[in-house]
Design a protein around this ligand. Structure first.
Ligand code: PMP
Length: 365
């Protein structure tokens, strides 16, 4: 901060942080910086289009990848009637040009046949598969290792660039992110959020031959890219995450939280399960997690919607939207865990008491 943040030229700090990322994430042979997750994913898609020569992309139903037009489409599962085919795909809000809709393809999670069907039909137009294997904006629903292997092979077979969006999972679920956890390697991957512990820095990284499209056809950059204050934050953050047991600690905290929540709910006969990873946990009020986003409408998210505001009243700020997992933070200690569990028990009881007796059976087993 003392010497300033924007120098227009690259700095040594940029190189140092890139080297650390490369060591931690094997897929990251070359690394470029931006400021937001949106920018990084936008860049990854542009590089993939340039490399493959194909403009379309596949995303998972229920996936979220930022606020730019190519990904601002969603599968309307809320009003969906399975008898009438696949859910409708609609733009998220206004101003998203209808003309780009044909570029956007969706597949349900964990169905490799569906991926191959889409690629058989549209493979000549699809240049990228953009996937968040632990769906950080969709309850933490998780791709199986087998599915990721199948997706990896299908991308190779149909000349599709595999982009793994690690904006949420990166430097959280493992030192090498979800790719380490699932034993899969992306062609391109994106990071933000944890990489600089809240300072505005994002990363697009990947295979050298693909990344070299930057400066060789693809434009990339911007006034604040590689901002030195954000890079300093990333340098320290990554040093801590790489060289201490910080990530093991948040995983442990997450497991204890799940255990505690589980005991509270079991004592009240409330069916529940957890999905995702202990560091980013989705909580469902059903015995079985939904298998994909389509299945989410069959879970009891009404109860979540009712408990969340009670928790807020008691001072525990959880996501009001049941599709957002709960993210662990290393600053939280065991005292914090105890308080959270106490208040959770309280919030559940308040919610149960407020439910009219004829509706209680929808919650308790
Ligand atoms: N990708 C994923 C997986 C995300 O979770 C988000 C943000 N929630 C983004 C991209 C966009 O990042 P940002 O909000 O920094 O633009």
């Amino acid at each position: 901060m003392e010497i300033g943040g924007v120098f227009a030229l690259a700095t040594e700090l940029e190189y140092e942080v890139a080297e650390r990322i490369s060591r931690m994430v094997p897929a990251a042979e070359l690394v470029r910086f931006s400021n937001s997750g949106t920018e990084a994913v936008m860049a990854a898609l542009r590089i993939a289009r340039a490399y493959s020569g194909k403009d379309g992309h596949i995303v998972l139903e229920g996936g979220y990848h930022g606020v730019f037009s190519e990904v601002l489409w969603y599968s309307a599962v809320e009003d969906w009637n399975p008898k009438h085919g696949d859910p409708e795909i609609l733009p998220v809000g206004e101003g998203v040009p209808a003309i780009i809709r044909p570029l956007f393809h969706t597949v349900p999670l964990n169905d490799a046949n569906a991926v191959e069907d889409v690629l058989k039909k549209h493979g000549d137009d699809i240049g990228a598969f953009l996937i968040e294997p632990i769906m950080g904006n969709c309850c933490g629903l998780t791709a199986t290792k087998q599915y990721m292997q199948d997706v990896r092979s299908l991308c190779d077979k149909y000349d599709v660039v595999l982009i793994i969006d690690e904006v949420k999972t990166g430097f959280r679920v493992a030192k090498g992110g979800v790719q380490e956890l699932q034993g899969v390697q992306a062609d391109l991957c994106t990071f933000a959020k944890a990489v600089a512990n809240g300072y505005p820095l994002s990363v697009v990284a990947g295979r050298e031959d693909i990344m070299r499209k930057i400066g060789n056809g693809v434009v990339h950059g911007g006034t604040f890219t590689g901002h030195s204050v954000s890079l300093s934050a990333a340098k320290k953050t990554l040093e801590i995450l790489d060289e201490t047991d910080a990530l093991a600690n948040i995983e442990k905290y997450g497991r204890k939280l799940q255990e505690g929540l589980g005991q509270i709910l079991s004592a009240r006969n409330i069916p529940h399960c957890f999905v995702g990873h202990p560091t980013m946990t989705g909580l469902f009020f059903s015995n079985q997690a939904p298998k994909d986003y389509r299945d989410w409408i069959n879970t009891n998210y009404e109860f979540y919607d009712a408990v969340a505001p009670e928790l807020h009243e008691l001072g525990i700020l959880v996501e009001p939207d049941s599709r957002e997992p709960w993210f662990m933070c290393e600053a939280h200690d065991m005292k914090c865990l105890e308080e959270t569990l106490d208040k959770f028990a309280n919030a559940v009881d308040i919610t149960l008491n407020k439910l009219p007796s004829e509706r209680r059976h929808i919650v308790t087993a």
